[in-house]
Design a protein around this ligand. Sequence first.
Ligand code: PMP
Length: 402
Amino acid sequence: MSAEKLATRVTSIRVSPSTAAAQKVRDLKAEGREILNLTVGEPDFDTPHAIKTAGVKAIAEGDTKYTPVNGTIALRKAIQHDFKTRLDIDCDLDRICVGGGAKQILFVAMMATVEAGTEVIVPAPYWVSYPDMVVANGGTPVIVHCDESSRFKLTPEALEAAITPRTRWVILNSPSNPTGAAYTAEELRALGEVIKRHRDVLVMCDEIYDRIWFADFPAQSIVSGMPELADQALVVNGVSKSYAMTGWRIGYAVGPKFLIDAINKLQSQMSSCPSSISQAAAAAALTGPQDSVEETVTVYRARRDRAHELINAIPGLSCLLPDGAFYLYPNCAGVIGKKTPAGKTIETDLDFSLYLLEEAGVASVHGGAYGLEPYFRISTATSMEIIEAACAKIADAVAKLS
Ligand code: PMP
């Protein structure tokens, strides 16, 4: 067999653009170029010691066998407690599922509900994987552009206008990758009112960054203030970002029982269960002291503030202050149409991002990858020195445009 015979679900999707950008950085570094990498989508911290120890203990004590497909009771109790205490979400243990990362939960949830003819509303800018996850499952992503003037957030009017009889999901990612914008309780309530009127529409709340939080309003879920939405909402979270546990691969969700059962049924045929060792470590992360989260948030906040200040000081670029997560999404409209020293016109944010890579040795991801141009995403999951050096190089490169 050859590649032409591969299933459409593979040929119709892309390799994640952030993965592709990270590969380009590796290639350039291999050629001996010094690159300041602002593409990284994972914490630059190590997994806290106590969490690692819980993983080691699980191995030593023989906690190394299949677990229930929906996760160990210990982990689900920890998740239940976390949802209750932080977000005021009540749920029985059988409404919680655990999988190999939030990404897997999101994918399997779509697999359970999306097919040809199904529409999924994806507000843009979006996390790169959402549209491809919809397409891989045969559905149609309905992209709704959200302007910078609304802090890149979906408005109730835009949501209502995008809903059709074929709509299965609307995706809300708060705080957002790539913009860092988060929804307030009032905004969530207004969106919730629309969703409530459409009983066959589900809302997928991707809250993977909700502990990396800087805003002066509290982190909330759409279900926090509207328990009546519990049978229409899948609230997804995980330990990857908050506890620097990207390699452990544990994500989880709370949702209506019929949907959690469907996710479990699919996972029983796909993976049997997530790693027993990682589940023990994730339970320790959720139930143990939270100082490591607080310490890293303090560091991320300082980096966000500095990057925000430095980017906004560059003529032609401007950037909103993120409410959470570790990304900034600067607007680069002011450099579009300008000429590089080599005489090439910057026509798109991809041209600009490539110019930054070639001229300044700074790697970023262009806004087109997230469905809203002209912007570019930079990550602050790297040292303050690299952020400052990269912003200085971006400033020099922009100053050379005419
Ligand atoms: N959602 C968003 C918005 C993300 O940025 C990521 C990671 N890049 C994920 C989900 C997936 O996280 P996990 O490691 O839990 O699969």
